[in-house]
Write a protein that binds this ligand. Structure first.
Ligand SMILES: Cc1cc2nc3c(=O)[nH]c(=O)nc-3n(C[C@H](O)[C@H](O)[C@H](O)COP(=O)(O)O)c2cc1C
Length: 224
């Protein structure tokens, strides 16, 4: 049983790292092997949109994402932890999500357990939760829980006893869920948009440009 933590703060030893450490400690107490991947010491590049990974299953961009791919594959649970930067995850956190584009198509995260942590001075936790829950759901993962924390200065989160306890319990909860070894039925793996396009051979209209606003034939093909 492996639980992987991804710490998306560029600040070494910051609040996110402290809270994620708590979560991993909880997972370890529940019997898991744990590992933390930090972004502050990594070279990470953005997705260049080539889409080759969706067919080949590997990303051609050579940087520190490459070892992370293996770690993600080996883990049964992933705790995604980020500071809130302007109502979202950090740039590094978003880069990692984007670089997992092929993982959805190839169902590589399907059935794994996802946990989320967000640290903000005041606002934006919900937006991060929405982003990460969407990512987990899109990848057919099981969502364990979300831990919001309030802190601004480095290490300040240690005073947020509620968040520190929740983080520890998040790790424990992830191990319990992963141990149950649940899986979704096959039908759940295919979103209707993909099923209708690929199996029923009905093209998705926006991709074909048929719904151009105000253009010739605008509205043609719209469902009546
Ligand atoms: C570029 C930047 C953007 C930020 N945006 C927000 C924000 O939208 N809402 C908020 O409450 N705090 C915001 N903060 C504060 C951080 O979320 C807060 O300091 C957090 O504790 C940092 O976590 P860390 O110590 O793990 O790096 C921002 C900080 C930075 C540097």
């Amino acid at each position: 049983m492996r639980i992987l933590g991804i710490c998306c703060s560029p600040r070494k030893g910051g609040n996110t790292e402290i809270l994620l450490q708590q979560a991993l400690q909880g997972a370890a107490e529940a019997g898991a092997e744990t590992e933390m991947f930090t972004v502050y010491d990594k070279d990470l590049k953005p997705c260049d949109g080539c889409n080759a990974c969706r067919k080949e299953g590997v990303c051609h961009v050579q940087d520190d994402m490459q070892p992370l791919y293996g770690k993600l594959q080996a883990a049964q649970g992933i705790v995604y932890a980020s500071p809130v930067y302007f109502w979202s995850v950090t740039s590094q956190g978003k880069m990692i999500l984007d670089r997992l584009n092929s993982y959805y198509a190839l169902a590589k995260l399907s059935g794994k357990v996802g946990g989320a942590i967000a640290v903000a001075g005041a606002l934006g936790h919900v937006e991060v939760r929405n982003l990460l829950y969407s990512f987990f759901a899109w990848n057919h993962m099981f969502i364990a829980d979300f831990v919001p924390a309030f802190a601004t200065d480095k290490k300040e989160v240690r005073r947020d006893r509620h968040a520190m306890t929740c983080a520890n319990l998040l790790g424990q909860k992830m191990v319990s869920i992963a141990r149950a070894q649940q899986s979704y039925p096959e039908a759940f793996r295919i979103p209707l948009t993909v099923h209708v396009r690929d199996n029923l051979k009905i093209p998705s209209a926006p991709a074909k440009g048929r719904f151009q606003v105000g253009g010739e034939g605008a509205g043609a093909g719209l469902p009546t």
